[in-house]
Write a protein that binds this ligand. Structure first.
Ligand SMILES: Cc1cc2nc3c(=O)[nH]c(=O)nc-3n(C[C@H](O)[C@H](O)[C@H](O)COP(=O)(O)O)c2cc1C
Length: 365
């Protein structure tokens, strides 16, 4: 039996050994944007999870663009040095390639770490001013953001470009722009959060203007052989919000700008929106984007079983699948999926006595 999930895929100049990706996951554990030993352990572990690509958590392009005080950044030399150390070590420990997600939190910034409560930082917790397309809070009790000015947009765009240059110096294999989950770039795209009447608001073309300018500016500094993609919104899950057709339109534009892939996620633009809870809820949208925009598409969201992941790729609904919680639950998810699907993955030599050498005798017991 040959597995579609465990077949290779080429993205720009890199070859991935399989189509399984570790989805970016904030750890809320950085020190002023700097990665530390927690990230070393976490990413080192995921480097030999069986996924061919590990995407590092949302990494913010300016200090005030972080979600929490514990979020990663690439806005300083210290940030670059700290993440460079972690990635160099994690690479030595495993066989996965590493991508990074570059982000700006917009109106969802200046928030508490989730384990302290999902809400805005209080006075005394060192909160900061947030920006957004329009001065509308994310939800009740959240900060009212300042409407971003032309100068803010220029600074943030430069921040994305500089962070991308830092990521390239660190040696990341792929870069992904965060255009989903209600953060700044999604904030501009969604009619629910963007109420501007200038050239950045109103019609889709206008709401697209700022995110597109970021994608274009980053593409200009990222060599063509390094895959550049974006995480996009498949649906805002609310009437009047972004729809799967908007996701297709965005993916087409990004493809025309030279982006190599999109990851189709959804939701997160307002505090009271809930995502569907069915397995693979974004898959039909990813399939539509892949088919209609003709760009490599990754699906994410409640993909939990190997057979499910295999079916998504095997039926051509997505080129890759990403799992987040599945890998936290089982950091060797890829090993176990490969076993189920009759495929194999690279393991570190220290662990070679596990895997098939364990399973074959165990089967007889
Ligand atoms: C702990 C945690 C942190 C997350 N942080 C990020 C992030 O940094 N960037 C992002 O785009 N999505 C983030 N997500 C969302 C996941 O990448 C993923 O899209 C979502 O959890 C659905 O996938 P799953 O059902 O496999 O967990 C996070 C999810 C979790 C559980």
């Amino acid at each position: 039996m040959s597995s579609a999930l465990f077949s290779p895929i080429k993205l720009a100049g890199i070859e991935l050994t399989n189509r399984l990706v570790v989805s970016p996951m904030c750890q809320y554990s950085a020190d002023d944007g700097c990665a530390n030993d927690w990230h070393l352990m976490h990413l080192g572990m995921l480097a030999h999870s069986g996924a061919s690509l590990v995407v590092v958590e949302a990494t913010h392009v300016e200090r005030a663009g972080r979600i929490t005080h514990g979020c990663l950044g690439l806005y300083s030399d210290d940030n670059e040095m700290a993440l460079g150390r972690v990635i160099a070590q994690a690479r030595r420990m495993g066989s996965a390639k590493f991508g990074i997600q570059l982000a700006h939190a917009g109106r969802k910034g200046s928030a508490q770490k989730p384990w302290d409560g999902v809400s805005a930082l209080k006075t005394g917790d060192d909160p900061w001013e947030t920006i957004a397309p329009s001065p509308i809070p994310f939800g009740e009790g959240w900060h009212t953001p300042r409407e971003a000015t032309e100068a803010d947009l220029e600074r943030v765009r430069d921040g994305f470009v500089n962070a991308a240059k830092r990521a390239l110096r660190i040696g990341f294999d792929a870069i992904e722009l965060h255009m989903a989950h209600g953060y700044l770039l999604h904030g501009f795209l969604s009619p629910l959060s963007n109420k501007r009447s200038d050239q950045y608001g109103g019609a889709f073309e206008n709401r697209l203007r700022f995110p597109l300018s970021v994608a274009r500016a980053v593409r200009a500094v990222v060599p063509r052989d390094v895959p550049l993609g974006a995480r996009i919104t498949g649906s805002d899950w609310r009437d009047g919000g972004l729809t799967p057709d908007d996701a297709v339109a965005l993916a087409k534009v990004l493809k025309a700008e030279g982006l190599d892939f999109v990851c189709v996620s959804s939701g997160g633009v307002a505090a009271d929106i809930r995502n569907p809870s069915e397995p693979g809820y974004n898959v039909p949208i990813a399939a539509k984007v892949k088919q209609e925009a003709g760009i490599a598409a990754r699906a994410v969201g409640l993909i939990v079983k190997p057979e499910q992941a295999e079916q998504i790729v095997g039926q051509g609904n997505a080129d890759m699948v990403a799992l987040a919680r599945g890998f936290l639950d089982d950091p060797h998810w890829g090993w176990h999926a490969a076993k189920t699907l009759g495929a194999d993955v690279q393991r570190p030599r220290q662990y070679l006595r596990a895997g098939p050498k364990l399973w074959a005798p165990a089967a007889k017991a």
